[in-house]
Design a protein around this ligand. Structure first.
Ligand code: PGA
Length: 243
């Protein structure tokens, strides 16, 4: 079963979310073998839920605090009560623009667990780090935020090289496969791990990226905004060559 997540970031107003959810079901009619997740902005979590459970919803972020006087924050418990099954933790835009570091991300994972949400934990190196040969070191450091997490709890790790996000330059299957192999080795004691790839995934490249055996699905930004193109990615993620 593959996993394909739409990360809508700070896109879509209420009518646009409604329109997507109205058109999407016919685009995915008859599709099986893929868990589909939509991550809209917080105000539209309820609107994006599917009463027929053909997809689930995720928060794009959660607070590192459980509750309290933290104006503007949204807790993992609130996300769960709004119907979320997953939450993105450590997206590179959170790390880069909001200064989220490994320690705080460890707390967010803990909050997600307490609320019964599955974290979609995002890791990935910058171009500068890749060029300097630091990819493995960066991934290991980012994954250290999971050191205190329960080994048997379900976890999704998204490998999203920063240089591939929103740039139109996706990683090659070999590059993604190598990084995901490193991630799997680092997390080898975990019993319920799914590994996905994100960064300029399109309907065109999804077809060959999914052939890489460690890519079990995708985290999709730009190409997830349109129901038709996102549905094509969902369909293609199920077309894995026989092992
Ligand atoms: P992109 O974004 O598909 O637009 O590159 C991916 C992401 O940031 O999760």
């Amino acid at each position: 079963m593959s996993l394909v997540v739409a990360n809508w970031k700070m896109h879509k107003t209420a009518p646009e979310v409604e329109e997507f959810c109205r058109r999407f079901p016919e685009e995915i009619a008859g599709l099986s073998g893929v868990d589909i997740v939509l991550a809209p902005a917080f105000p539209f979590l309820s609107a994006a839920r599917d009463p027929e459970a053909r997809w689930s919803v995720a928060g794009q972020n959660c607070s590192a605090e459980p509750s309290g006087a933290f104006t503007g924050e949204v807790s993992a418990g609130m996300l769960a009560s709004a119907g979320c099954a997953y939450v993105l933790v450590g997206h590179s835009e959170r790390r880069r623009y909001f200064g989220e570091e490994d320690v705080v991300l460890g707390f967010k994972v803990e909050r997600a667990r307490q609320a019964g949400l599955v974290p979609i934990f995002c890791v990935g190196e910058t171009l500068h780090e890749r060029d300097a040969g630091l990819t493995d070191e960066v991934l290991d450091r980012q994954l250290s935020a999971l050191d205190e997490d329960l080994l048997e709890a379900p976890l999704v790790v998204a490998y999203e090289p920063v240089w591939a996000i929103g740039t139109g330059h996706n990683a090659t299957p070999e590059q993604a496969g190598e990084a995901l192999a490193r991630i799997c080795r680092r997390l080898s004691k975990r019993s319920d791990l799914r590994t996905i790839y994100g960064g300029s995934v399109t309907p065109e490249n999804a077809e060959f990226l999914i052939e890489q055996r460690r890519i079990e699905g995708f985290l999709v930004g730009g190409s997830s905004l349109d129901p038709q193109s996102f549905a094509v990615i969902c369909r293609r993620s199920t077309r894995r060559a026989p092992a």
